[in-house]
Design a protein around this ligand. Structure first.
Ligand code: HEC
Ligand code: HEC
Length: 340
């Protein structure tokens, strides 16, 4: 009898751990969501009926994303800090902008991949969406340090840009700062990276290995999915330093928003976006996982469990959209000169 009980327990335990159906349901119950594999469903999430995604806007937005002439120095583009070949980040602890100025709050550049799924942008969540967000960096002194007049001047002095705007929005388009930055944001909306994890959640039970499934199960059981949830496994404002202080809290002066809340970073492509945390002080993913246990959950995550979670997180590496480096239209005699 005793033996049978143990057997039942084992079968039950195993089904919770490895039974793919059960695990898919469990993940969904904990709020984890797949990037839809159906184009219509996906568009519902990334498109904006007021400013629909079109090829013309995406092509133009990509050029602007890569165009360093939008910066005061003529050297810095969005891609400088959010390098699309490097997981959408710069790989530095602290972002470096105009005239080698480090971010004044010692902030690390977050990835732009999948940022369309975030409900809050910036580490303190001060911007609700991408179009609004894109205005910030072009003007910030420690980033591109430009002015709206400089940016409008560059774009409107280049006939190929003017005709591209007309093609994207119609002949009467007003090419102003808001239009230029919102066009960059349309390009950013397509920067999504479906992974094997999405395949798994979408019902392909074998898309994750046994070890990855085990890692996912631990990730959920430890409580990580309480904050790293939704499609982005992040992107919402959450309290930080719940159970313990962050040991590098004094590097820079960032303390979250006015309520001490911090934007939860996405865990998609996390192996590509080191260093970690808002001030980029932690280079090892395993260490970041263990620190999350003590800082946020008040638990000790041992080496073995941290490795298992890491194995799962690696499965979040997604397929990047193919981005060909754009040829940018040439400057003219009236294009504002760089200022250094
Ligand atoms: C000098 C480096 C630098 C440049 C150039 C730069 N950014 Fe950023 N970006 C950052 C940093 C640092 C943050 C976080 C700042 C903060 O939270 O206050 C950020 C935040 C963001 C975010 C929010 C993501 C999130 O997870 O919160 C997006 C989206 C973004 N930038 C897009 C852009 C676009 C578009 C451009 C070009 C117009 C651009 N960035 C130029 C460094 C840069
Ligand atoms: C209460 C919410 C919460 C919980 C629970 C939580 N996190 Fe976090 N996580 C955050 C926030 C907020 C940050 C950003 C903190 C900062 O940099 O100031 C973060 C940062 C991270 C980072 C660094 C990401 C980067 O790009 O900088 C990793 C990795 C991470 N968490 C993994 C985990 C794991 C694994 C667990 C479970 C053991 C977990 N988190 C539990 C909210 C949470």
């Amino acid at each position: 009898m005793k033996h049978v009980k143990v057997m039942i327990l084992c079968v039950f335990g195993a089904s919770v751990l490895y039974g793919a159906n059960t695990l898919i349901e469990k993940a969904k119950e904990h709020g984890l969501r797949a990037i839809p594999d159906n184009k219509k469903e996906l568009l519902k999430l990334i498109d904006d009926p007021k400013d629909p995604i079109t090829d013309a806007k995406v092509i133009l937005g990509k050029k602007l994303y890569f165009d360093p002439r939008l910066s005061k120095s003529g050297l810095i583009s969005c891609n400088t800090c959010h390098n699309l070949g490097l997981g959408g980040v710069d790989g530095l602890s602290v972002a470096i902008g105009n005239q080698w100025t480090p971010n004044p709050h010692h902030l690390n550049s977050p990835t732009v991949y999948n940022s369309v799924f975030f409900s809050a942008q910036f580490w303190d969540g001060r911007s609700p969406h991408l179009a609004d967000q894109a205005m910030g960096p072009t003007l910030a002194d420690a980033e591109m340090a430009a002015t709206p007049e400089h940016i409008e001047g560059v774009v409107t002095s280049i006939p190929a840009y003017v005709s591209a705007f007309k093609k994207a929005y119609g002949a009467n388009v007003k090419i102003d700062f808001a239009k230029i930055t919102s066009t960059i944001a349309v390009f950013e909306r397509i920067l999504i990276t479906p992974s094997r994890f999405d395949k798994f959640l979408n019902g392909h039970k074998e898309a994750l290995s046994k070890a990855e499934k085990e890692g996912l199960n631990i990730f959920i059981d430890k409580g990580c999915a309480a904050c790293h949830t939704g499609i982005a496994l992040g992107g919402t404002m959450q309290p930080f330093e719940i159970a313990q202080k962050y040991k590098f809290a004094n590097v820079g002066d960032f303390k979250g928003d006015k309520n001490g809340m911090v934007k939860t970073p996405t865990l998609r492509n996390i192996t590509e976006t080191a260093p970690y945390f808002h001030n980029g002080e932690v280079w090892s993913l395993k260490e970041a996982i263990k620190m999350m246990g003590s800082i946020q959950l008040g638990i000790t995550i041992d080496d073995k469990d941290a490795s298992k979670i890491e194995t799962f997180l690696k499965a979040l590496k997604g397929k990047k959209p193919l981005i060909t480096y754009p040829q940018l239209p040439e400057s003219t005699a009236t294009t504002p000169k760089p200022i250094n």
